[in-house]
Design a binder for this molecule. Structure first.
Ligand code: NDP
Length: 287
């Protein structure tokens, strides 16, 4: 009897007084979404458009961004613009934030979601690739946050960082990618502490995602990974909710991300074993 009772008391303590999500919270908000030409970023843009936000989306492929912008306008975005370029170049990362400043004179939410292409195979010892991926997946996130901070301080805004279970637990076959996600989480979790200490009213939400059914992820893992994938549309909505509600972290799907994260420290060998077992290396794709 005691255990459920303590559980209930804790649940009431943690959830009482917490604000509930309403789509109107995003109406008129000025939001940058990176990596929005495909996958989760594209779905984030569509949700925000339906909620009536102002959008600035970015990625490399201009034709794809044009299509996403057009669809955002059909869905009801307050405005939608794009800027294309590579996040390997920190000048471009700064230029995206500058564009938001020119367009809106301020910013409410920065959603950092893009990732560079990597391989799904044993570590190939290519250090230049690790360096390149760190620039795209990590350093550009830092650069954009630094550039956007003055505007986000003014608006009391949100930084939303899309990360992965592979940034909590070491994953095989994605060594460079996993390393960049650990870097992202280390940086933003530390920065959040300093924001609290300095009374900086900018929230930082780190999103810990499991396998999501985006085209690129499904192509890479097909035949190799036995974990079920979750829908990108729902995932995108959870990311937005977490950001606007100023949550510290979100876990999606909870069962496949929070439980392994808890087990990581309690039973590391077991967790490593379970992860290894969910990869079928006989079917490993060579590219
Ligand atoms: P996608 O591959 O579908 O999208 C990646 C986006 O980044 C695209 O818009 C792509 O557009 C852009 N991009 C790629 N390279 C660059 C570059 N050099 N500079 C700027 N933009 C670039 O990824 P997902 O939607 O699957 O993933 C989105 C986020 O979710 C990532 O942070 C990922 O780590 C995370 N995540 C995803 C999981 C999944 O299973 N899908 C699992 C866990 C986390 P373009 O090529 O036109 O530049």
């Amino acid at each position: 009897i005691l255990i459920p009772l303590v559980g209930m008391v804790l649940a009431i303590y943690f959830y009482s007084g917490k604000e509930e999500f309403k789509p109107e919270m995003l109406k008129g908000k000025r939001v940058i979404v990176t990596g929005a030409s495909t996958g989760i970023g594209e779905q984030i843009a569509y949700h925000l458009a339906q909620m009536g936000s102002h959008l600035l989306i970015t990625a490399r492929t201009e034709a794809q961004l044009q299509q996403v912008v057009a669809h955002c306008l059909e869905l009801g975005a307050a405005s939608a613009r794009y800027i294309n370029g590579s996040m390997e170049d920190m000048k471009f990362a700064q230029a995206v934030v500058k564009k938001a400043e020119e367009l809106w004179g301020g910013l409410d939410m920065l959603i950092l979601n893009h990732i560079g292409n990597s391989y799904f195979h044993y570590f190939n010892r290519d250090i230049e690739h690790v360096q390149k991926l760190l620039n795209i997946n990590f350093l550009s996130y830092v650069t954009m946050s630094v550039s956007a901070l003055p505007m986000l301080k003014n608006s009391g805004g949100n930084i939303v960082v899309v990360s992965s279970l592979a940034g909590k637990i070491g994953f095989p076959l994605t060594v460079p990618y996993s390393a960049t996600k650990f870097a992202v989480q280390g940086f933003f979790n530390s920065l959040r502490q300093e924001f609290v200490m300095q009374n900086i009213n900018v929230s930082i939400t780190v999103c810990i995602l499991g396998l999501i059914n985006t085209e690129s992820a499904m192509k890479v893992v097909s035949g190799t990974v036995t974990i079920p994938s979750a829908p990108k549309e729902e995932c995108a909505l959870e990311i937005i909710k977490g950001g606007i509600l100023r949550q510290r972290e979100i876990y999606y799907k909870y069962m496949f991300t929070k439980i392994p994260t808890l087990l990581r420290d309690w039973a590391p060998e077991l967790m490593d074993y379970v992860i290894r077992k969910s990869f079928n290396v006989d079917n490993l794709n060579e590219d």
